[in-house]
Design a protein around this ligand. Structure first.
Ligand code: FAD
Length: 294
């Protein structure tokens, strides 16, 4: 079974994790995975680091998910600092450990995401080439990234949409969005892409506000200012940490519900390797899934 199959039965509910850096974060990751496994998610994904040991951590974590859990793993991969040969190897290694789903993203320059992108001399320039590479490597279900506010490097939103469609046509089965906090931004992206005759499922990526620091980091994370009205609601709570968290969970729940009502093909929760907030949103949404659907 692949993510493509899961989407055909949709809507999908999926969870995103990052590869552990050390033993302690490995324990935390696996505690979260085991708790969230009970929800029988459609698939779970593990991001790809900027370099170093976390990169092999993506293979290790997705392998263990494939072999020791009931969940369907997806590995993110990037073209950062990799030659095409290394990328082919990476994809081959993923296939060898039983991973058939790949989110193909270009990645950002290590250290400073806003620095100029410089491709590896024998590497790829755009994610589109990575999609083709994965497609040519075997029978994978391939996803790509989508940006409700355009990619920070794109000159304008229409150019961004055109390149997105090109990337989708290279063979992507689905896309997952950068996080956002206002449903309208997602719906506008979906309309822009549909207007270009592209109908791949675009799964919203959701991360609840759990503390004031999420709001501070939001422009960097999402590429857009935090919605003003919502920002004022959080600001009115001052430093009441519990109240901020409660509003964040309620707000993310409303956002998910609206997206599902509007026909979104699924929800992809960014978990930060924790389970509590996702479980709370899941309960509030009243999602019912039976493990038999896996
Ligand atoms: P591209 O699609 O290659 O786009 C990059 C820029 O080039 C855009 O401005 C685009 O419009 C433009 N462009 C695209 N194609 C062309 C073309 N043919 N000609 C001219 N211009 C073009 N990063 C990680 O390091 N690890 C991860 O695991 C990871 N996971 C992510 C998951 C999701 C859901 C998202 C949304 C992002 C993720 N990222 C991850 C971040 C991502 O790597 C960066 O946002 C990166 O800057 C863009 O990746 P992309 O795949 O969209 O690139």
């Amino acid at each position: 079974r692949t993510v493509r199959d899961a989407l055909a039965d949709g809507p999908t509910f999926s969870f995103e994790f990052f590869p552990p850096r050390d033993e302690e974060s490995e324990t935390q990751l696996w505690e979260a995975l085991r708790r969230l496994e009970q929800l029988a998610p459609s698939f779970v994904s593990v991001t790809y680091g900027a370099g170093g040991t976390t990169r092999s951590g993506t293979i290790r974590a997705t392998e263990r998910i494939a072999k020791q859990t009931t969940m369907l793993p997806m590995a993110h991969i990037t073209g950062v600092d990799h030659s095409v040969d290394e990328l082919r190897n990476l994809v081959g290694n993923l296939a060898a450990v039983g991973v058939r789903n790949i989110l193909a993203v270009r990645g950002d320059p290590p250290g400073d995401p806003e620095a100029t992108w410089v491709k590896h001399p024998e590497g790829i320039e755009y994610a589109e080439e990575l999609v083709t590479l994965v497609r040519d490597a075997g029978d994978f279900s391939v996803g790509v990234a989508a940006f409700p506010f355009k990619h920070p490097r794109s000159p304008d939103i229409d150019t961004d949409a055109r390149y997105f469609v090109q990337k989708a046509r290279a063979g992507a089965d689905f896309a997952i969005t950068q996080l956002f906090f206002d449903a309208e931004d997602y719906l506008r992206l979906r309309d822009r892409i549909a207007a270009l005759d592209c109908d791949i499922p675009i799964i919203p990526g959701i991360m609840p506000v759990l503390s004031a620091s999420t709001i501070e980091r939001a422009p960097k994370l999402s590429g857009a200012p935090f919605p003003e009205k919502l920002g004022a609601q959080f600001a009115a709570l001052h430093d009441d940490k519990a109240a901020v968290r409660e509003l964040g969970i309620a707000n993310a729940t409303q956002l998910c519900q609206r997206l599902l009502d509007e026909g979104a093909p699924g929800i992809h929760f960014i978990t930060m390797n924790r389970s509590k907030a996702t479980l709370e949103i899941w309960d509030q949404l009243g999602i019912k899934r039976s493990p038999a659907r896996l």
